[in-house]
Design a protein around this ligand. Structure first.
Ligand code: G4F
Length: 353
């Protein structure tokens, strides 16, 4: 007996990143035929660029660039996807202060080119845009919802507002099933090393392995709403299964400071963060955002989505993975029962502030 049920076809731009790799696993588990867009250089050096993709033989990769409409249009024509998850971006906020032009070009034009290619060749394809809590920036309310006014504080945030508005406009003007997730920070052992959480957890592992003496960070008092990437990609999928496209805040509703993250990460190996963490003003951003805390009620009510991993488990999972990678898991303690008390005004011992 032949199975004539065609597999659903999804395409992920940004498949080699943290979220792309978890989304790939989710879609494969749901028996999708998955395609991914990567830069040509990634295909030439897969060990380096595609290390997060565990099931490389189960995904079809296509070279294309967010800077080239022609390359994206070509992939859309060829693959004819039913769902397109657009996760690719220059996603490091700090870097957007150093190179505004490339952040704007990649993030705004890339999103525009994909929407335009879909409108021209696969208008029935459902589209997901990776919006960000950075769009709220200097938000005038806490927690933020889908109707909170945007006030981005970086070129990255501005580029995401533009992508969000483009997505909404293609939905309203051309009837595309185009949705945006407004995702708050989401982390995992696959997080890139430049982001503060992974910088801390990899630093903890390297310190216990004797490879590093301290972790030099910027502003320790900024607060973020941190969830787990593996759960946030489930929300992306759910958005595209809805009869109508829409925008959703995806968050835990809980904020913690960078200082608390560091305190918790060092506690996982029985150390006091104040002995190892240095706050260096050189690493402060020219503009910071107000405390970001999302209200994901709409996602809970309409998508049935809610986060499962708490802050302590998230930190512990990341520290554990980094310690295992360096063979120093003997240092790991049981999950600390509480986040270590941090005195926000405490001067760090020996730290240059
Ligand atoms: O880990 P971060 O670099 O993430 P950020 O800027 O919040 O952005 C991440 O989350 C967004 C969702 O809200 C995404 F849209 C975006 O693509 C990215 O995934 O920094 C978090 C906070 C910042 O306030 C930063 O100033 O940590 C502070 N921080 C303090 N010291 C540091 C450091 N950040 C980094 N990267 N490195 C530091 O040494």
């Amino acid at each position: 007996m032949h199975n004539f049920m065609a597999r659903r076809k999804a395409l992920i731009s940004g498949i080699s990143g943290q979220d792309g790799s978890y989304l790939l696993e989710l879609l494969l588990a749901k028996d999708y035929e998955v395609h991914g867009i990567v830069r040509r250089v990634a295909l030439e050096d897969p060990e380096h660029h595609l290390s997060r993709i565990v099931d490389r033989e189960r995904v079809q990769l296509h070279p294309a660039s967010l800077e080239s409409y022609a390359s994206l249009h070509h992939v859309a024509e060829r693959v004819q996807p039913e769902e397109w998850y657009h996760l690719a971006a220059q996603s490091f906020v700090s870097y957007s202060f150093d190179d505004e032009s490339s952040t704007l070009n990649t993030n705004m034009n890339g999103t525009h080119y994909i929407l335009s290619a879909l409108k021209n060749s696969v208008p029935s394809c459902r589209f997901y845009f990776a919006g960000s809590s950075e769009m709220f920036g200097n938000a005038d309310e806490v927690p933020q919802t889908e109707s909170t006014r945007f006030h981005p504080r970086s070129t990255y945030g501005i580029s995401k507002v533009a992508g969000f508005e483009l997505t909404r406009n293609y939905r309203e003007a051309y009837g595309l099933h185009a949705s945006s997730g407004i995702l708050y920070n989401h982390e995992s052992p696959r997080r890139g090393f430049v982001f503060v959480t992974r910088k801390i957890t990899s630093g903890v592992a390297r310190i216990v392995a004797g490879l590093q003496k301290e972790v030099r960070l910027g502003n320790l008092d900024v607060q973020r709403d941190w969830g787990h990437s593996r759960e946030y990609v489930e929300a992306m999928w759910l958005m595209l299964q809805q009869p109508e496209p829409d925008d959703y805040v995806i968050a835990t509703g809980e904020t913690h400071s960078v200082r608390e993250f560091a305190a918790m990460a060092f506690a996982c190996v029985g150390l006091d963060y104040r002995d190892y963490v240095k706050s260096d003003p050189v690493l402060f951003r020219p503009t910071e955002v107000n405390p970001l805390r999302g209200d994901a009620s709409k996602a809970r009510e309409r998508l049935g989505w809610q986060p499962r991993t708490g802050f302590r488990q998230l930190v512990r999972e990341m520290v554990e993975a980094d310690c295992r990678a360096l063979g120093v898991q003997g240092w790991l303690r049981d999950l600390p029962v509480a986040i270590p008390e941090v005195d926000e005004s405490a001067r760090l011992r020996g730290a240059a502030r």
